[in-house]
Design a protein around this ligand. Structure first.
Ligand SMILES: NC(=O)c1ccc[n+]([C@@H]2O[C@H](COP(=O)([O-])OP(=O)(O)OC[C@H]3O[C@@H](n4cnc5c(N)ncnc54)[C@H](OP(=O)(O)O)[C@@H]3O)[C@@H](O)[C@H]2O)c1
Length: 355
């Protein structure tokens, strides 16, 4: 199951509204078929792994990270495919909260005489499926708040634009996070101060750059910014308060951004709860919030953060620093430390929300 969970991460951020699930078919201790949900969400992992296993699937064990589906959607149910292939035992990490499945997939397998075990490595399985599970149960994307802070908890230096706080290994890791995520979000303060591109620039993973979203109440994103200039290649959404007909320059700014391919979404950027619901209806299941300070604080205050990825660099910034919500290493209540890693001179601490 650990191997299946690792494999399932391969297509995170690529499977649209479907979860990225992995399936391993094991016969006499040998993996005879393995697959992960295909980009776009179809075909599912089970049918691909069964096809690879062929006749060797008869009498084998299938390890699946999420309960096999039981409903006739755009594809026939995976439970039926497992039964038809003669699988003897199915081991599942997480049961599916989708009301069309919710235990029915397991019941179908048991009714067919297949031995079924569930809840295997469930914590790790839930972590890999966090975005899907969150969207199913809360109808909102799963929010990861990523921040890089100096040794004294600062995000940057006032008026200095991007300040290198962490080293190249951490920055590479952030690009991996981007590759696994459906959308990245920042506040307009960061867009103006840093002019970031927010793409995934790891060799070979460039095509996995997520949609980029800017909370921009007054529609101030400059047409010359890297975000606007690259909107034709990687989508950019500027979330703005309302149709500001009283603001004479609004329509011209909107037209200039739209001509570059930026989508202007009229949805109050301060009502984050409603914004997240709107993003979920567009199929966005995971959202990486990359700051700045005020945006990070609003997401925390609204109780919308599921995971915090806190990268801490070795140097202090001191006075003139832009304070992060985590000065002096204090974590917000309701989060627990799950992982710690070292990337060169930096430390990553990953916190998960307790509920
Ligand atoms: N180290 C890091 O990880 C990191 C990451 C990103 C940025 N930064 C640094 O952070 C600094 C920028 O931080 P910041 O706090 O000034 O900017 P910010 O959070 O990026 O943006 C704040 C702006 O967004 C608007 N906004 C719209 N909806 C919002 C909402 N729901 N919550 C909060 N703001 C919302 C605010 O509008 P109003 O003005 O109307 O409130 C404000 O103009 C820069 O120095 C940048 O270099 C560091």
């Amino acid at each position: 199951m650990a191997a299946a969970i690792r494999l399932s991460r391969l297509n995170l951020g690529l499977t649209s509204t479907n979860p990225s699930v992995a399936c391993l078919i094991v016969r006499d201790g040998v993996v005879v078929g393995s697959a992960v949900t295909a980009p776009g969400g179809r075909p599912h992992a089970e049918t691909q792994a069964l096809a690879e296993a062929g006749a060797a699937a008869r009498g084998a064990t299938a390890y699946v990270t999420l309960e096999p589906c039981s409903h006739h959607g755009k594809t026939p149910p995976c439970s039926e495919a497992l039964i038809a292939a003669g699988i003897a035992r199915v081991v599942v990490s997480v049961t599916d909260p989708d009301e069309r499945v919710a235990g029915r997939g397991l019941a179908m397998l048991r009714d067919a005489g297949i031995a079924v075990e569930t809840g295997v490595l469930e914590e790790a399985g839930r972590e890999a499926l966090a975005a899907y599970l969150n969207r199913q149960t809360k109808k909102q994307p799963y929010v990861t708040l990523k921040l890089a802070v100096s040794a004294d908890g600062m995000l940057g230096r006032l008026g200095e634009g991007q300040v290198a706080i962490t080293g190249p290994v951490s920055r590479g890791q952030v690009h991996v996070l981007r590759a696994e995520t459906d959308a990245i979000l920042i506040g307009i303060g960061t867009a103006l101060a840093d002019d970031p591109e927010l793409t995934c620039r790891l060799p070979g993973l460039e095509a996995r750059s997520p949609v980029r979203i800017v909370l921009d109440p007054r529609l101030e994103l400059p047409p010359a910014s890297k975000l606007a200039q690259t909107a034709q290649t990687v989508p950019v959404i500027a979330v703005t308060e309302r149709d500001r007909r009283d603001d004479p320059g609004f329509l011209a700014r909107q037209a200039a951004l739209e001509a570059l391919g930026v989508e202007v979404l009229i949805c109050d950027p301060r009502k984050l709860d409603a914004l997240l619901t709107a993003l979920a209806t567009r199929g966005i299941s995971s959202l990486l919030v990359e700051g700045g300070a005020r945006t990070a604080q609003s997401f925390l205050d609204a109780g919308l953060v599921g995971r915090i990825s806190l990268f801490t660099g070795p140097k202090a910034i001191g006075k003139d620093g832009v304070a992060s919500p985590f000065v002096s290493g204090r974590m917000p209540d309701g989060f627990s430390l799950r992982h710690t890693a070292r990337y060169g001179a930096d430390v990553l601490q990953e916190y998960e929300r307790d509920d």
